[in-house]
Design a protein around this ligand. Structure first.
Ligand SMILES: Nc1nc2c(c(=O)[nH]1)N[C@H]1C(S)=C(S)[C@@H](COP(=O)(O)O)O[C@H]1N2
Ligand SMILES: [Mo]
Length: 304
């Protein structure tokens, strides 16, 4: 399966990802199937389609949505420097056996990090491919011990108005909150990302740890998480609170359910160039084989 790594380097050879791809090519050639195992299901999900070519480090880290640092796409890169990420801990509470404040380093020492190359599709109809480093959320939840009465997982972003200029405006009801059904949270494709291209995840991308749910619109992938709560009822989510008609709890990528103000049938690839054609959006962002069963029998027009 080394072919995934031997694609032409069509982007600038001087950017960090070139070196990264070269290293992966070597590993891929040497270890064969093992290298694929390390990639996890996300990469395998891409099989049958095009091999995933990641966006460049610059694209991934300078075109961002992180409204706590401003609503412009370049605001997060400019402003997120101010965020203090050491020390960092995550409070895990609610319906768990071992509630408490888990220090970031303690979490890392208990988790297995791996690379996951995932498509990333924003509800605004642009997309990227990101080589995340992270661990499965299921492993973290198991560390805390999920109780049998838990049905949902709620997430919360840090809120520090002194460090986050965007939170001085009521664009959203801060802190940013998100949520998943427990089976979505436990799915092996769902990860907590701590890195991109094998480097620590930059602050504008949600340092030191953020959620990544590749089959859902990007806003579900909440950044700079300080609290995870196991609950028995559906938790409120930031964009749903702001506009429930436009943003549902599920927010699965679905080319057949349009946003009230625009089509979701196609997407614009970041870095695709000025004259690139929009490409068709895939059901569940291309991860249907893995996740469609989670929604069997559900009306996805209603549960958007
Ligand atoms: N706390 C927080 N998390 C957030 C956001 C945000 O504004 N605040 N934006 C979301 C949206 S709309 C998207 S598309 C992704 C963008 O992630 P990226 O900047 O790493 O591409 O983060 C999501 N997570
Ligand atoms: Mo988004």
């Amino acid at each position: 399966m080394a072919h995934r790594w031997t694609g032409q380097l069509t982007r600038q050879d001087v950017t960090p990802e070139a070196a990264w791809l070269n290293r992966r090519q070597i590993i891929g050639a040497g270890l064969g199937g093992l290298a694929l195992a390390g990639l996890g299901q996300g990469a395998r999900a891409a099989e049958g389609g095009d091999a995933l070519e990641p966006n460049s480090w610059d694209e991934i880290t300078s075109y961002n949505n992180y409204y706590e640092f401003g609503t412009g796409k370049e605001d997060p890169k400019r402003n997120a420097d101010q965020l203090t990420i050491e020390p960092w801990s995550v409070k895990i509470d609610g319906l768990v056996d071992r509630p408490g404040d888990y220090a970031f380093d303690e979490i890392l020492s208990n988790m297995t990090l791996e690379e996951r190359i995932y498509r990333f599709r924003c509800v605004e109809a642009w997309s990227m491919v990101v080589p995340w480093t992270g661990f499965e959320l299921a492993d973290l939840l198991e560390l805390a011990g999920v109780q049998s009465s838990a049905k949902y997982v709620a997430f919360e972003t840090v809120l520090r108005p002194d460090e986050m200029p965007g939170t001085r405006y009521n664009v959203l009801d801060w802190p940013y909150v998100e949520g998943l059904r427990l089976d979505e949270a436990m799915h092996p494709l769902t990860i907590m990302a701590t890195g991109i291209y094998d480097r620590d995840i930059p602050k504008q991308n949600g340092a030191p740890l953020r959620l990544v749910v590749p089959w859902k619109y990007g806003f579900k992938s909440i950044k700079s998480i300080v609290r995870i709560s196991l609950t028995d009822s559906e938790p409120p989510t930031a964009w749903n609170k702001a506009n429930p008609r436009e943003y549902g709890f599920y927010s699965n990528v679905n080319p057949e359910v349009d946003h009230p103000r625009w089509s979701q049938a196609t997407e614009r690839e970041i870095g695709g160039g000025l004259f690139s054609k929009r490409k068709p959006t895939l059901m569940f962002n291309g991860y249907g084989e893995e996740v469609a069963s989670l929604y069997a029998g559900m009306d996805l027009q209603k549960n958007f």
